[in-house]
Design a protein around this ligand. Structure first.
Ligand SMILES: [Zn+2]
Length: 182
């Protein structure tokens, strides 16, 4: 998944004049906003919704698919994620992302929760996906692992909290990655 959130715009997308950081009095108090001095356009920089899936492979003894994004540095394996497209529901978006990135077919989706991911200025909307079929990764993903639920290790970010939430729902106390050591 690529992202441009967090990258500040320099020019107004409406009139192409330069944007300036201005202090604006709002209901919640003074805020710094990136605003066009020519036409008044404001770049609000609201968090971007990102869909994430705990994919349980029901035809592989319930193993969970974790994938390593080709664009990520290091050896981290995480949930399959993706941006919503205009005109689709979160569930439709996740079925599409899972099909595009893994070729798996989704039986059912269940919302696990919503978490902030402030470093990327994103909001994670996480689902459990019961899925089946042959796995064929898109070029976006470098490799995957199939891990029995009891052997999963969670991580502190929102997608890791989603994984922990799903494990607790199955009566499994989540184990956590020791990120200082890994
Ligand atoms: Zn403008």
């Amino acid at each position: 998944m690529s992202s441009v959130s967090g990258v500040p715009f320099r020019f107004c997308p409406s009139c192409a004049a330069e944007l300036a950081l201005v202090t604006v009095a709002e209901d919640g108090g003074d805020k710094q906003r990136l605003r066009c001095t020519a036409c008044g356009f404001t770049h609000w920089n609201n968090p971007t919704p990102v869909l994430a899936a705990v994919i349980e492979c029901v035809d592989r003894d319930g193993a969970v698919l974790l994938a390593r994004n080709a664009a990520w540095p290091g050896r981290f394996f995480g949930l399959v994620t993706g941006f919503m497209e205009a005109g689709e529901s979160p569930e439709d978006g996740l079925r599409r992302e899972i099909a595009e990135e893994t070729a798996l077919e989704v039986d059912t989706l269940q919302l696990l929760g919503v978490w902030d991911f402030q470093r990327m200025n994103q909001v994670i909307i996480a689902y459990h996906a019961a899925a089946r079929g042959e796995i064929r990764l898109s070029a976006e993903l470098a490799e995957y692992k199939l891990i029995p639920p009891q052997q999963l290790r969670c991580w502190p970010q929102g997608t890791g909290q989603a994984l922990a939430t799903w494990l607790r729902s199955k009566g499994i106390e989540p184990q956590w990655l020791d990120l200082k050591r890994e």
